[in-house]
Design a binder for this molecule. Structure first.
Ligand code: FE2
Length: 209
């Protein structure tokens, strides 16, 4: 077996161990992974990058109180279409607070300033990212979702939204969710499973093209 094939086998084994099972067959067959579908940016991307824009959205630096609401650990790996992890990709997320209000003047509401609203981080050498944030809630006209923007040199910028598998009824009524094909929906929907206490965790792996 040539060195390239051995390396690929090792990569597949590592990815399967890391929970990449849905991609196993495609990788094993040398097919390219499907690029993560894009979705609408929406009107509430921050006007200015907040001073505190780290990957813990439940706590704002300088405030004693943490955000009310259910904690969600959202994590995953950013890879290229060959399944190779992308080091140093910038992953940004933004979402409304527990009351359904965005930190954006255009939303017109009164956002909970204990919630950060926006966070960003760079992937590590294994392509991994993670955020501690709010389990997304519905707001008028939308099913719960988390907005994503992912930027890496040499790849198309991705703007998309992550949906909650446990919200099947609301998802089925959502105008943006319904614009996607069933395959695209499956790529943009993650299970938010209970981990400890009231917290949930979701894995959202991202493929850039
Ligand atoms: Fe939104």
């Amino acid at each position: 077996m040539n060195p390239g094939r051995i390396q690929r086998r090792r990569l597949i084994a590592a990815m399967v161990a890391a929970g990449f099972s849905p991609w196993q067959r495609l990788l094993a067959e040398n097919e390219l992974l499907p690029v993560t579908p894009s979705d609408a940016e929406g009107p509430f991307y921050p006007v200015d990058t907040p001073t505190d824009s780290d990957n813990d959205l439940m706590r704002v630096i300088g405030k004693n109180d943490v955000s009310p609401g259910r904690v969600a650990h959202v994590h995953g790996t950013v890879v290229d279409r060959h399944g190779i992890p992308i080091d140093g990709a910038r992953v940004e997320i933004w979402q409304c607070d527990h009351g359904g209000v965005y930190h954006h003047p255009g939303d017109g509401g009164d956002p909970d300033l204990r919630f950060q609203g926006f966070g960003a981080m760079a992937t590590n050498r294994a392509g991994a990212y993670h955020f501690r944030t709010l389990r997304p809630v519905p707001y008028t006209g939308r099913t719960p979702h988390i907005h994503y923007r992912v930027i890496a040199p040499g790849f198309d910028r991705l703007t998309t939204q992550l949906y909650v598998a446990e919200e099947a009824e609301r998802n089925a009524r959502d105008f943006l969710y319904n614009r996607h094909t069933p395959e695209e929906r499956s790529l943009l929907t993650a299970a938010f499973r209970g981990v400890d206490g009231d917290s949930v965790a979701a894995e959202f792996n991202i493929v850039l093209g």
